[in-house]
Ligand binder design. Structure first.
Ligand code: C5P
Length: 220
């Protein structure tokens, strides 16, 4: 089990997926799970900050999370939502939704079950600290702020997101989410004490992947 945590826009998803593929392991994107909950909250017309109303919605949700690194189509209630969960509206709503303790504990069971279902690379914010603290290798992936904003903006455009915004607005959004993810009471974004810090600033994706694979080989 490899846990990969860190703030938004570090290349975490791409790196995690490639590491999983190279190791013939599964891959779990826990951020996508929070995004699906946020999308369904918006679809139900709920206020993402209304914690009891969002908690009541949880038993009605119907989605499975893909673990194939080569096929990350996200489906909720039978509809492909892969693109929609990356929209600006969902990206905005996911912060209050992920600070809701009922949402976190509801997702925790699924995440643990999937994380322990075989050889897995699991990516998120609290994987090494809360979800799988026994992970053989914990990576905390960072990059400097400007580079993270440029990467996320490029990624949004490549994904065909219609409301990708400019680099400045992406930078503001990343700063907002990091601040809220790091300061929330339940499972805040933080490096586990035994995590290996990998700074991807100035590294190509391939170089970061190689670094993580070296660490994985060292840890057996
Ligand atoms: O990784 P991604 O940017 O898609 O995650 C979306 C949001 O989901 C994060 O900003 C964070 O609020 C939340 N999240 C979380 N814990 C995780 C993964 C994501 O709180 N393990």
């Amino acid at each position: 089990m490899i846990a990969i945590d860190g703030p938004s826009g570090t290349g975490k998803s791409t790196v995690s997926r490639r590491v999983a593929a190279a190791l013939h392991a599964g891959y779990l994107d826990t951020g996508a799970m929070y995004r699906i909950v946020a999308l369904e909250v918006l679809r139900a017309g709920l206020d993402p900050a209304d914690q009891p109303a969002v908690a009541d919605l949880l038993p009605r949700l119907d989605f499975d999370s893909p673990t194939d690194p080569e096929d990350q189509r996200q489906v909720s209630a039978g509809v492909d939502v892969t693109q929609e969960i990356r929209s600006q509206a969902v990206t905005f709503a996911v912060t209050p939704v992920s600070a809701n303790p009922a949402v976190r504990s509801w997702l925790l069971d699924r995440q643990r079950r999937l994380a322990r279902s075989g050889r897995m690379v699991v990516e998120g914010r609290d994987i090494g600290t809360v979800i799988v603290p026994e992970a053989a290798l914990k990576i905390y992936l960072t990059a400097d702020e400007g580079e993270r904003a440029r990467r996320r903006h490029r990624q949004n455009r490549a994904a065909g997101t219609t409301d990708a915004g400019d680099v400045g607005s992406v930078a503001l959004d990343l700063a907002r989410r990091d601040r809220m993810d790091s300061s929330r009471v339940h499972a805040p974004l933080q490096a586990a004490a035994d995590a290996v810090l990998v700074d991807s600033s100035g590294l190509q994706i391939d170089e970061t992947v190689t670094r993580v694979l070296e660490l994985a080989a060292e840890r057996g």
